[in-house]
Ligand binder design. Structure first.
Ligand code: PMP
Length: 404
């Protein structure tokens, strides 16, 4: 049974005060909060198992290795990857994307085309621009419409025999739009292009099945899924991960090293140079267990209720405009009050204990499309409540009064 009051008890931070007011945390799309179970896993690791992994014969090292590899199995099961070695631990979605972009620089040639979407986070634009500059490939962009949806007929037009890669986020961080990735994957595969889906914003809300999606690469960050910062994952189909060269050189990723030649370790270690974020990886596994216990169906249903409630309430405020009005969206509301800078609204809300994000949300092309400097973004998680949305409402009204 989903009971939000019980769930809130798992998150100690939700009981702190900010500026003398109870914290209302609506910046979940930037980072989610951490349940006690995950905090305990971190404390447990450093209290009982702290050791370097894979190389040690001593007990601590073996126990830490087992915990770390168990976390990889949990992630494999969660995303339904065929093999555990298709899961690469990274420092987060950005690292995962750069790993793939770097690898493709040796597989692409001048004249090849890469397609991204107008709804991307900078971390899914800049690495591909850098790649295109290096090899003389061309970056093409699927445009968006006023609702904040991708224009799929334009995507069809962009696909050609030159298209080698397509990169799209599953859900937009700035607007919350859920993109039609099933269609994108299917159409891209028809012409032999590989597809990377950026799941940084989807994985807190839904449970993707990478085999069912038939996606080539899928990336996520633990800190958006109730896990710690500095750890994330790259899923890659075995055949692609075998084709891609290693990203970084160092310890752990080698089979044999001489000054004449080095051979590389098998997957997944080929992509995991150096001492990884061992504790982070283990706690990522705990976070996935936690979210599955809450249940992704419960999460989706409850967050949708919050989204509908907040949208209806906020639209009662005249001069408030919501950006991203697709029917197919998650619990993110990006808005502005006419004539008022989002930063000023955010600052007043903070004084009232309400944490929202203001600015371009690392998605400047979206802001350029709407011809605005940024938005106020309230993003809801399964531990938020309607009462908190009422507090936000009162705060926005107050900000409007003070700043108009
Ligand atoms: N893609 C999207 C859609 C995101 O929202 C984010 C984080 N804001 C990232 C990628 C990058 O994630 P990280 O900073 O954890 O690497």
């Amino acid at each position: 049974m989903f009971n939000v009051e019980d769930i809130r008890k798992d998150f100690p931070i939700l009981f702190r005060k900010v500026n003398g007011k109870p914290l209302v945390y609506f910046d979940n799309a930037a980072t989610s909060q951490t349940p006690q179970q995950v905090i305990d896993a971190i404390v447990d690791y450093y209290s009982n198992y702290n050791a370097n992994i894979h190389r040690g014969v001593h007990t601590l090292s073996q126990e830490a290795t087992d915990l770390y590899e168990q976390a990889r199995y949990k992630i494999q099961a969660h995303f339904n990857a065929k093999f555990s070695h298709e899961i690469i631990f990274t420092s987060g979605a950005t690292h995962s994307i750069n790993l793939v972009a770097n690898g493709f620089s040796s597989l692409l040639k001048k004249g090849d085309e890469i397609i991204v979407s107008a709804l991307e986070h900078h971390s899914n634009i800049v690495p591909w621009q850098m790649l295109c500059e290096r090899i003389g490939a061309t970056l093409k962009v699927i445009p968006m419409n006023q609702e904040g949806e991708l224009v799929m007929s334009e995507f069809d037009e962009l696909l050609s025999e030159n298209t080698k890669l397509v990169f799209v986020n599953h859900i937009s961080n700035a607007l919350g739009t859920i993109n039609p990735i099933e269609y994108i994957i299917e159409e891209a595969h028809k012409i032999g292009a590989a597809v990377l889906i950026d799941g940084a914003q989807s994985t807190p809300h839904i449970k993707p099945d990478v085999q069912k999606l038939d996606v080539d690469f899928y990336v996520a960050s633990a800190h958006k899924m109730c896990g710690p910062t500095g750890v994330g994952m790259l899923y890659g189909k075995e055949e692609w991960l075998k084709k891609l060269p290693p990203y970084q050189g160092g310890g752990e990723m080698i089979a044999e090293v001489t000054f004449e030649k080095t051979t590389y370790a098998d997957l997944p270690h080929k992509f995991e140079a150096g001492t990884p974020n061992i504790c982070g990886g283990i706690a990522f596994g705990t976070a996935i267990d936690y979210m599955n216990r809450v249940g992704f169906e419960n999460i989706a249903k409850y967050e949708h209720e919050l989204l509908e409630y907040a949208t209806e309430k906020l639209l009662e405020i005249d001069s408030l405009k919501i950006y991203g009005t697709s029917k197919n969206k998650t619990s993110v509301i990006s808005f502005n009050l006419e004539g008022i800078h989002p930063y000023d609204v955010g600052t007043i809300l903070d004084k009232l204990g309400i944490a929202v994000r203001t600015g371009h949300h690392c998605a400047q092309p979206i802001m350029d499309y709407f011809k605005i400097p940024g938005t106020v973004r309230a993003s809801f998680a399964f531990y938020n409540t309607k009462q908190e949305i009422d507090i936000l409402m009162a705060g926005v009204k107050k900000a409007k009064l003070m700043l108009s």
